[in-house]
Design a protein around this ligand. Structure first.
Ligand code: 2P0
Length: 356
């Protein structure tokens, strides 16, 4: 039997924030309490690949398979919102050209897969929603008239961090001020090619599922943490500017100092939450000490920082380092943590170009 006439396959990589998103001012539209900034990783290593097809013969409803298993598309859910928004864009396009096939009125079949084990404890919602939105934009023939920032506004409603995976390189999510979310979108700060020397290492400290899911955890922080208010008003705005400047200058020392400070500030707000949220474990903290010690010794010898650590809503360490330091960092981490499971360490040489 012939396949569907209209289908598209695209992929999007994972991104790792250096200025963290933590907190929503609107939970339905997914509008953040602060701006954030991330590095999009290499397409070859950690990415979601999505195929979407539209066909009149599919019958009543849209269907979704995640890593081969069919999932329910909840009526009030985020996925429904994303599909509806993309369909509306297609329907507007069809309204302006009656020769276009009416894809907007046909059911969709969507299959999404990650090329990394979900058990690795690495967030897949960012790459997953970015891949979904880019694939639907391709299927519906919306590109390039609709640009990636416009698409990021929709990906954001799937999962906040997903808006940043539409772009490669260094990406800011401008939180925006408007209540309708129209100014809450991602922009590229610098391309990957701007700073090819910067590399990322992911150390899988634990592949256990995290205790507090981010969506629930961040709203508990919004509701109870006085420190978060300080972070939103006084800490993040200055850091967004200084880390963007550091990226423009390819200044690793400043980039590393801000990245580590922001990771620590984010985990401090988690600890300041009632009841407190713990994402880092003893191994995570020992890696912090190792990197701090490496940097101190290097700076004492008149050289720059060797690496920077950052931790998301889990114990796994992401280390950023100039290429020349990657092997040293990898060797030291393996040497000092021989019993930890670093077999899953991803050596990310290079970073990708966003959704494609
Ligand atoms: C980030 N994280 O900036 C931060 C750092 C975790 C720690 O974005 O509720 O999965 O889907 O918008 O995007 C995790 O939050 O949350 C996250 P939702 P998301 O990468």
């Amino acid at each position: 039997m012939a396949g569907p006439k209209y289908s598209a396959t695209c992929s999007a990589p994972v991104n790792i924030a250096v200025i963290k998103y933590w907190g929503k001012r609107d939970t339905k539209l997914i509008l953040p309490t602060n701006d954030s900034l991330s590095v999009t990783l290499d397409q070859d290593h950690l990415r979601s690949v999505t195929t979407a097809s539209a066909d009149e013969s599919y019958g009543g409803k849209d269907r979704l398979w995640l890593n081969g298993v069919e999932e329910e598309i909840a009526e009030q859910g985020r996925l429904r919102t994303c599909i509806d928004e993309m369909r509306k864009m297609r329907s507007d396009k069809e309204a302006g050209d009656d020769k276009l096939p009416k894809l907007s009125s046909w059911p969709l079949h969507i299959c999404s897969e990650n090329n990394f084990p979900t058990a690795a404890g690495l967030a897949s919602s960012a790459s997953g929603f970015a891949a979904l939105i880019y694939t639907l934009a391709t299927l519906f023939g919306l590109l390039p008239a609709v640009d990636n920032s416009q698409l990021s506004r929709i990906a954001r409603q799937g999962s906040g961090s997903a808006c940043r995976s539409l772009f490669g390189g260094f990406v800011a999510w401008q939180g925006g001020e408007k209540a309708d979310g129209s100014d809450s979108l991602a922009v590229q700060v610098a391309s990957r090619e701007h700073w090819p020397d910067l590399h990322a290492l992911i150390c899988v400290v634990s592949d256990a599922k995290k205790g507090t899911p981010s969506t629930a955890g961040m709203q508990r922080t919004v509701a109870t943490s006085p420190l978060l208010q300080h972070r939103i008003k006084d800490v993040v705005p200055a850091r967004m500017k200084s880390i963007s400047d550091a990226i423009q200058r390819r200044d690793f020392d400043s980039f590393a100092a801000i990245t580590m400070a922001d990771s620590n500030n984010f985990h401090a707000t988690c600890l300041d939450t009632t009841p407190p949220i713990f994402y880092m474990n003893d191994v995570s903290r020992a890696i912090v000490q190792l990197v701090e010690e490496l940097n101190r010794a290097s700076e004492e010898a008149g050289k720059g920082k060797v690496a920077a650590y950052t931790y998301d809503a889990g114990p796994n360490a992401v280390l950023y380092a100039p290429k020349e330091n990657v092997q040293l960092v990898l060797q030291l981490v393996r040497h000092y943590f021989p019993n930890a499971d670093f077999d899953d360490t991803f050596n990310l040489l290079g970073a990708g170009s966003g959704a494609s």
